[in-house]
Write a protein that binds this ligand. Structure first.
Ligand SMILES: O=c1[nH]cnc2c1ncn2[C@H]1C[C@H](O)[C@@H](CO)O1
Ligand SMILES: [Zn+2]
Length: 373
């Protein structure tokens, strides 16, 4: 093991950042699922207009609660069952455009200035849409959302990540789709779905194809399975970022006197500045963390891993970037400097061009936090 280093535990401080300050703080979101971020009212209306009859209730308030409670299951597999309903109402171009446009509006209203929003095109072909039609409808929706936000005098930049579902074995095809639409707003690729039993190396051909094409990708790893999944994602597949990655703590030992020892893999992830797309509330719901207070983000941030904060699924977790920041502020005492650090970490780790990342850091994020201080 590398030499130990001592970290001083940070005592939580009383909350002092108002909800309004947290909302106005510029935020960068790298891990947000399109089919996990619908407004409950939109789910109900689309079910009605598209003839989807599977919803557990049509009452909007009850529906929002149902998603949160059903997702709060302690297991990733049960959590994922709730997506049958959101995907069920997203099978037409009109529905995809609407959901994508509203997602952008909701993120901008929450103070998000750059977002990478992901989804699996293969989940929206049940009623005959082609994969290309799905991608084009979502891109049209994002463009519509961005222009509605601009009309209100605000600004948001959105990049798309295309996911392949681990259990469907269509990763090479979806990777090809991501590369074909790279000049139309698709900035990267991911694999999602059940982790246990579906190791990242099942999709090696897709990752090799992406690397040959100089394309970016992240991998959901270290959420419902441990270090082996993270190791494969990085060392076999070449993931640039880790979706969640929280189980990297299994490779970190803390002595009774506070001395911390990083194993080889944890040291590699930290040394190489591999971004962790951490989603605190989602991790509690799927059982990856016992509670927000027990979430490894406190330790990982203190050890200066490249930590980013994300929503994962705003509908299923009933959360936003502001509410995740608020929970971290209340639980760990993170202040504006820490939130700015998470935000700049995320912006540095985005899949858009370097000069555009720099421009957002210098002209939007830094001045935005300076104005709040
Ligand atoms: O946290 C997650 N882990 C693995 N898969 C996930 C997670 N959140 C959402 N998904 C799945 C369900 C969606 O249908 C799919 C594409 O967005 O990705
Ligand atoms: Zn996810």
């Amino acid at each position: 093991m590398p030499d130990g280093s001592t970290v001083t535990p940070v005592a939580p401080v009383p909350p002092e950042l108002s909800a309004d300050t947290l909302r106005r703080a510029p935020k960068v979101l790298l891990h947000d699922h399109l089919d996990g971020g619908l407004r409950p009212g939109t789910v109900a209306e689309l079910a009605e207009s598209t003839g989807y009859t599977g919803l557990p209730t049509s009452d909007v308030g009850a529906l929002g609660r149902w998603f949160r409670e059903a997702a709060d299951s302690g297991s990733l597999v049960s959590y994922l069952e709730t997506f049958a309903h959101t995907c069920g109402v997203m099978q037409t171009e009109e529905a995809l455009v609407r959901v994508a446009a509203e997602a952008v509006e909701d993120l901008a209203a929450d103070g998000v200035v750059y977002a990478e929003v992901r989804y699996a095109p293969e989940l929206f072909v049940e009623r005959g849409l082609s994969l290309d039609a799905v991608v084009e409808a979502v891109q049209a929706g994002f463009a519509e959302g961005v222009s509605r936000v601009a009309e209100r005098g605000a600004a948001i930049r959105v990049g798309t990540l295309l996911c392949a579902m681990r259990q469907h074995a269509r990763a090479l095809e979806i990777a090809g789709l991501a590369v074909r639409y790279r000049d139309a707003g698709v900035v990267g690729f991911d694999i999602a779905g059940p982790e246990d039993g579906f190791p990242p190396t099942r999709n090696l051909d897709a990752f090799e194809f992406l690397r040959q094409n100089n394309a970016h990708f992240t991998i959901h790893a270290g959420e419902a399975f441990g270090l082996a999944s993270i190791w494969e994602a990085i060392q076999h597949c070449g993931a640039e970022r880790l979706g969640h990655g929280v189980r990297i703590v299994d490779d970190i030992k803390t002595d009774a006197d506070g001395t911390v020892h990083l194993g080889r893999l944890a040291a590699y992830v930290r040394d190489r500045r591999i971004p962790l797309e951490i989603c605190p509330t989602s991790n509690v719901q799927t059982g990856a963390a016992g509670s927000i207070a027990e979430h490894p983000i406190g330790l990982l941030a203190r050890l200066r891993f490249r930590v980013t904060v994300n929503t994962d699924n705003r509908l299923m977790s009933g959360c936003s970037m502001s509410s995740e920041f608020a929970a971290l502020h209340e639980t760990f005492g993170f202040g504006l400097d820490d939130l700015r650090w998470f935000t700049i970490n995320a912006m540095k780790s985005a899949f858009i061009d370097f000069d555009e990342r720099l421009r957002l850091i210098d002209t939007v994020i830094k001045p935005g936090y300076a104005a709040l201080a």
